[in-house]
Write a protein that binds this ligand. Structure first.
Ligand SMILES: [Zn+2]
Ligand SMILES: [Zn+2]
Length: 163
């Protein structure tokens, strides 16, 4: 998508393309240009159209203010996996750190400069599925999503304070 801008000649189009390049973020997995997507009515995320992973920006997560999460519940449930990660933060390009949220076997890569975290395709759906099953209410989709919102908020708080 970014390459299309360079087809045209002339100073105006070059300025446009440079501006576009500056705003673009690239997928840490497959290097595709990320696109904005409104996620589950909560916030905007940067979504990869190719591998379907997504980047959750901490500035966006700040907006989940109405969510209350249990700090104690969170303690010890997030573990740093020491496995080396090749993926780089789409914002600052620092290699990310790999974490696992034990309770839901949720894997994620987080930027040590606190820009946000990356979820591979289907990680969120997997967690939502676990939540729905645990509640024994498969059709209570909204409840699971509210809980997922808490998890996201909790992850955000954890990384903001703890890293
Ligand atoms: Zn991708
Ligand atoms: Zn970063």
């Amino acid at each position: 998508m970014a390459g299309e801008c360079f087809v045209k000649k002339g100073s105006e189009s070059i300025i446009v393309s440079l501006h576009f390049m500056e705003l673009s973020m690239y997928c840490p997995r497959c290097q595709s240009v990320l696109t904005k997507k409104y996620y589950k009515g909560m916030m905007e995320v940067d979504y990869c159209p190719r591998c379907r992973g997504m980047w959750l920006d901490f500035n966006e997560l700040d907006r989940l203010e109405d969510v209350v999460f249990d700090q104690d519940h969170f303690k010890g449930s997030l573990i740093h996996r020491e496995a080396p990660v090749e993926n780089r933060c789409p914002v600052c390009e620092t290699p990310m750190l790999e974490f696992q949220y034990r309770l839901y076997h949720l894997k994620l890569d987080a930027c040590s400069h606190k820009h946000g975290f990356w979820l591979d395709a289907g990680e969120d759906e997997h967690v939502l599925e676990v939540m729905r099953k645990r509640k024994g209410e498969i059709h209570r989709k909204r409840e699971a999503e509210a809980e997922w919102k808490k998890v996201l908020k909790g992850l955000h708080e954890f990384f903001r304070q703890g890293m």
